[in-house]
Design a protein around this ligand. Structure first.
Ligand code: AMP
Length: 281
């Protein structure tokens, strides 16, 4: 298979989770030197460490065959790129906010006003799509102080917890985009890209799931199967004596909180919860 060059962040908040994802997907590589490109030892992939905001352009230009970056940056560049996989980290929202003292309560109230943002392309497009005509004030940073300095009437910025906006006396009024890290490619159907996407998606799917093992009385199998249907159906394995069975299944990690007490109520004992490294359903 031809060598696939993958552009990945060399610093910033997406660097560490990107490296972890690639290693969890089984890619073996060394990092530590200041090298721009790093060969992956066990698969025909070369990692190219670049600024997060340069990934889209390098993939669009064909310098790299694929890349990992934020969905917001893909939207900002508006390049003809395929988003091949959502990677489940780097979650944030592109949010419109106004000063607490502002009368604005919804996006429509921003029509005709000045909106400061460090994401001018994306903001202009998302607002235009909603028929909101504003004057964009492009800023590089410190966007949240723009209303206080009377540089703008509102801001549009990326937030994860939203605490920076609160601290700066701003009130969110709308979410324009939900973003997360994504795998992008110029030719998503390329063999190497498809294989990388499959491996990364398998890790992302595994992270959201747990493998459950338990013992249960034979007559509770139906009730327990209803609680944990698994990818297809739970495995039911007879125990060596006394009519009990072992039941194995895969559950969504988010469901554990509700499911575990109900399994106990249904008679399950010795419940083990194990991590799942990868899932290809
Ligand atoms: P960096 O500037 O290299 O730290 O990474 C910026 C990217 O991280 C953005 O383009 C988003 O995709 C993502 N991100 C996740 N949470 C946030 C946040 N709270 N603020 C800004 N960017 C975020």
């Amino acid at each position: 298979m031809a060598l696939l060059r993958v552009a990945v962040p060399n610093k910033g908040r997406l660097l560490e989770p990107t490296e972890r994802l690639l290693r969890d997907a089984g890619l073996v590589f060394e990092r530590g030197s200041r090298a721009l490109t790093v060969p992956v030892r066990n698969v025909p992939i070369e990692l190219m460490f670049v600024r997060t905001e340069d990934v889209v352009e390098l993939v669009a230009d064909g310098v790299a065959g694929a890349g990992i970056t934020g969905l917001d940056l893909v939207g900002e560049a508006d390049a003809a790129l395929g988003v091949v996989a959502e990677l489940g980290f780097g979650q944030c929202r592109l949010t419109a906010a106004v000063a607490n003292s502002s009368p604005a309560e919804k996006l429509e109230d921003l029509i005709g006003l000045r909106v400061a943002t460090a994401h001018p392309g994306l903001t202009a497009r998302l607002l235009a799509e909603r028929g909101i005509d504003v004057t964009i004030v492009p800023l590089r940073g410190s966007v949240e102080v723009a209303p206080r300095l009377d540089v703008a009437d509102a801001i549009v910025d990326l937030v994860s917890s939203g605490s920076t906006m609160l601290v700066n006396g701003l009130r969110p009024i709308a979410t324009l985009l939900e973003s997360q890290a994504v795998l992008v490619a110029g030719s998503p159907e390329d063999d190497g890209v498809a294989r990388l996407a499959t491996m990364l998606k398998a890790v992302v799917a595994g992270r959201g799931r747990r493998y459950l093992m338990m013992n249960a009385p034979g007559d509770s199998v139906e009730e327990i199967s209803g609680l944990i249907p698994g990818l297809r159906a739970p495995s039911v394995i007879p125990l060596a004596h006394n009519g009990d069975v072992a039941i194995h299944s895969v559950v969504l990690a988010d469901d554990l909180w509700h499911v575990l007490p109900r399994l106990e109520e249904a008679g399950a004992t010795g419940i083990l919860v194990l991590p799942v490294e990868q899932v290809i359903a």
